[in-house]
Structure formats: C-alpha cells, structure tokens
Design a protein around this ligand. Structure first.
Ligand SMILES: Cc1cc2nc3c(=O)[nH]c(=O)nc-3n(C[C@H](O)[C@H](O)[C@H](O)COP(=O)(O)O)c2cc1C
Length: 252
C-alpha cells in the first residue's frame, strides 16, 4: 500500500509509540543509581495528561526520594506482603501468584531511588454526570475513581519505559493504606491508589506475554466461537503462571 506524506508521518509516530508500549516491562528490583530529577518531571508531566471521567483529574503524586522514608515505605510494603504470602500459600501450587509461589521473600523494590506514591481525591467523581451516580455507570463512583487513577499510573509506566527506566505497579489495599498516609502526611480524604518504585532495572526483564490479537478482536458482532469455556480459562491461568513466573525473579 502507498502511504501519503501525512499517513507516513502518522505511521512513523505510531511505530515509535508501539515500540515504547511493547518495550515497557514491570520491573521489581532496581539499581540504587540515582535518576535525573528531570526524568521524574517528565514522567509526571506525562501522567498529568491522563484521561479521566468528565476530566475530574483526581490524581496527585508524592515523590519519595528521602532514603529514610523510602526504607520505611518498603518496610510497610514488606509487612503487607507477609499476610499476602500466608494467604497465597493456601492456594493450589500451580495457581499461586508467582510473587508468592514460595515461602521465600525477595529483595523487592528496596533499592529504587525514587518511589512515586499515586494518590487522589475521590471527591472529584462528582464531575461525572449525575445519572452515573444512581445507575452505577462504569461500575459506580469509586470504580470511576480507580479507573482514572489507573490511567495516570499507566502513563507513569509508559513514560518511565520511554526514558529507559523500570517501574513497578504496587497495588495498595486497605491493610496498609493508612500506614502510608501516616508516613507521608497524606490527608485522610485522599485515596492511595498505587505505589510506583522507579529506577534503573537491576536485571534483564523476561520477554512479555500477551494473548494473540485474533483471540480478542470481534468485528461487528461478538464471535462466540472465541468465548472461552471455564476449562479454557483454567488452562489459561495455569499457562499464565508458568509463563510469567520468571518476571518475579532476579536474573543475575
Ligand atoms: C491493576 C493492576 C495491579 C497490579 N498490581 C501489581 C502488584 O501489586 N505488584 C506487582 O509487582 N505488579 C502489579 N501489577 C503489574 C502486573 O503484574 C503486570 O503488568 C503484568 O504481569 C504484565 O507484565 P508487564 O507489565 O511486565 O508486561 C499490576 C498491574 C495492574 C494493571
């Protein structure tokens, strides 16, 4: 196919964009080397442009650089993992999340030079149309808040990847959210959504795995021949565990 000058330019931008998207990996151990402040600004400038329901923009970012605070944050994270680990060990071995497949603790993000704490103000969901508050549009107000926050977190990851950095997406739940708030002085009314350690990767990430495009795309109407049975989903999960277990280990 012949591309017009305009389409050639669009294709070049797209190819570059897709390279960044494909290259990005979640990284879970970091070199202690500092990263330029400018990189953090670029990452957060990117996150600022995330989409949000009715442009409510709930996000705020606490950039933790102080070593003592980072260590305390890491300790809070490790405490929460102890509980997760015990619960995960009750699962069938082949279905255990790779981060908790064994009773052994890993080094984790301890050495990351910067940790971005992604928090936000759920009151901003009032920006969305009133009807969605009654009818559970998009899963209801808190779901909208979480989706908005996830969009900003996603852009943090992509920007970090584009800058040659690694980042981890650490989900925060209510077993440790209040401890983070106390440590960093985050007001109670805000929600802490994700903790994102950022730095140079301490290992080479294993290749990414994604389902094939043809399996998930339906043209015009849903192609029911692609609907997976319960057994196929189970098989998918077991394969997924096998494929992704290396992503949680350091290859020296
Ligand atoms: C909603 C959500 C929650 C996640 N929670 C965690 C987490 O708590 N810890 C972690 O290490 N990775 C977490 N991840 C990262 C995923 O495990 C990761 O994106 C997935 O395994 C694909 O690997 P990749 O990002 O390297 O392609 C989370 C990602 C998302 C979108």
């Amino acid at each position: 196919m012949q591309y017009s000058a305009r389409d050639r330019k669009g294709k070049m931008d797209f190819d570059q964009f897709l390279r960044v998207v494909r290259k990005r990996r979640c990284i879970r151990q970091f070199k202690p080397d500092p990263i330029p402040d400018e990189f953090i600004e670029k990452i957060l400038e990117t996150a600022r442009w995330a989409m949000s329901g009715a442009n409510g923009q709930p996000w705020e970012f606490v950039v933790v650089r102080e070593k003592v605070l980072r260590e305390k944050l890491f300790q809070i994270f490790m405490d929460s993992r102890k509980r997760n680990r015990i619960i995960e060990q009750t699962r069938l071995k082949e279905l255990r999340h790779p981060a908790f497949a064994t009773a052994k603790e890993e080094v984790g993000f301890r050495d990351a030079p910067v940790v971005i704490v992604v928090c936000g103000d759920p009151r901003t969901f009032q920006a969305t149309v009133l009807a969605s508050h009654f009818y559970g549009g998009e899963g209801g107000p808190m779901a909208t808040f979480y989706k908005n926050m996830a969009n900003a977190t996603q852009l943090i990851h992509l920007a970090a990847g584009a800058l040659g950095l690694g980042a981890q997406w650490v989900s925060v739940n209510n077993t440790w959210e209040s401890r983070i708030k106390d440590l960093l002085g985050i007001p109670a009314v805000l929600g802490v959504h994700t903790v994102v350690p950022v730095g140079y990767p301490a290992y080479k990430a294993s290749p990414a795995y994604r389902r094939r495009l043809a399996e998930m795309v339906h043209y015009d109407t849903y192609d029911k021949s692609k609907l997976r049975s319960d057994e196929q989903i189970q098989e998918f999960l077991e394969n997924l565990r096998r494929r992704t277990s290396t992503a949680y280990k350091v290859e020296s």
